[in-house]
Write a protein that binds this ligand. Structure first.
Ligand code: ZN
Length: 349
């Protein structure tokens, strides 16, 4: 049995750090990652290069001394986004990508896009300047069943947008279905498409949320789907193949916001993500593919070098422990519970 594994320092290609007290509380839990794509869905959202720069400074202040993490900022695409601002912010190294939320799709997405014709000039400028577009891949049409929203998004939005904007490179974020896996794989030539997969979607299916009592801490968007989809995600993540890489979508909400008649969507996985991933790759005898998923495929898509530094994943003889929750002011945030013992832990090399 393998007891340790040295890999390039991992990156997180989809992370929510929020702002204010929440930012200060959660940022240290991602400090051991090399880079992270930071989601812009604050209130109000991060829509200009200037705002992205100011948010980046707040993140740097919230990180502990010696943190490895370098935040890669994104802009929130709105129907009023200025193509020149996007291209300039990318050229200045201020942003790494632009994020598309269909209006109303998830937490703080009310400024998102309804009319895709209005953002065509931005998307064309991004294609020319090689700025990747990260998409929350769900339609928001109330007629569409929530479990079908990803598959319908591919057909109604993603594929038409890609056809209308040749050269635009797209990350389909937090894929949750075999349809998403297939679309990314079939369109990955020339790094035209990438797909991030979260830690929690590799662990839970929809039963975790709904069977035997409702469990709000497993509710996230896109919502977890049937078991066959979870298995397709596992296969993609463990394939070692280029288009699939880690984006945790670690999305903290206070317990009081989660435990409501209408609770917030999001799983907070930053504290134990690498432990969970090493565990499930080990369980499936695929530890040799962990590094590709967490540390190599993402930078390749974003046309960056892998991190120089390495980390050691070590397997302990007894299960390791994580706090059930962390404190934010006088509130708490519950840490994702995978529901099985974790023996692996990441150590600085
Ligand atoms: Zn997210």
């Amino acid at each position: 049995m393998k007891k340790s594994l040295t890999i390039r320092r991992p990156d997180d290609w989809h992370l929510h750090l929020r702002d204010g007290d929440m930012l200060k509380a959660v940022a240290p839990h991602s400090a051991e990652f090399g880079r992270a794509i930071i989601m812009p869905n604050l209130v109000p959202p991060v829509v200009t290069g200037e705002q992205a720069g100011a948010y980046r400074d707040r993140i740097m202040q919230a990180l502990p001394e010696g943190a490895a993490l370098r935040p890669l900022m994104t802009l929130y695409l709105t129907e009023a986004t200025d193509p020149n601002d996007v291209v300039a912010a990318h050229a200045d190294g201020l942003i790494a990508a632009v994020k598309l939320y269909p209006a109303g799709a998830t937490t703080n997405s009310s400024s998102g896009v309804t009319d895709f014709d209005k953002v065509r000039p931005v998307l064309e400028a991004m294609a020319d300047a090689d700025v990747p577009l990260c998409v929350h891949g769900e339609v928001t049409d109330p007629e569409v069943d929530i479990f079908d929203r990803e598959a319908v998004f591919i057909e109604r939005v993603l594929d038409p947008v890609r056809r209308a904007t040749p050269g635009l490179r797209v990350v389909m974020e937090h894929i949750t279905t075999e349809d998403g896996v297939a679309y990314v794989r079939d369109n990955a030539a020339g790094q035209a498409m990438g797909g991030t997969i979260t830690t929690h979607h590799l662990v839970i299916n929809r039963n975790a949320i709904l069977a035997g009592g409702i469990r709000p801490h497993y509710y996230c968007l896109p919502v977890a789907k049937r078991e066959k989809h979870r298995l397709a995600l596992r296969q993609a993540a463990m394939s070692g193949q280029g288009p699939f890489f880690l984006g945790t979508d670690s999305a903290p909400h206070t317990d009081s916001a989660k435990l409501q008649p209408c609770g917030c969507a999001g799983c907070f996985t930053a504290p134990n993500t690498m432990a969970i991933l090493a565990q499930i790759f080990d369980d499936e005898d695929r530890l040799d593919r962990l590094e590709a998923f967490t540390s190599l495929n993402g930078p390749e898509f974003y046309r960056m070098a892998p991190n120089d530094a390495t980390v050691v994943m070590r397997r302990h003889d007894a299960p390791i422990s994580f706090p059930d929750r962390i404190t934010v002011g006088d509130e708490t945030v519950t840490v994702f519970d995978p529901g099985f013992d974790l023996f692996w832990q990441m150590e600085p090399a």
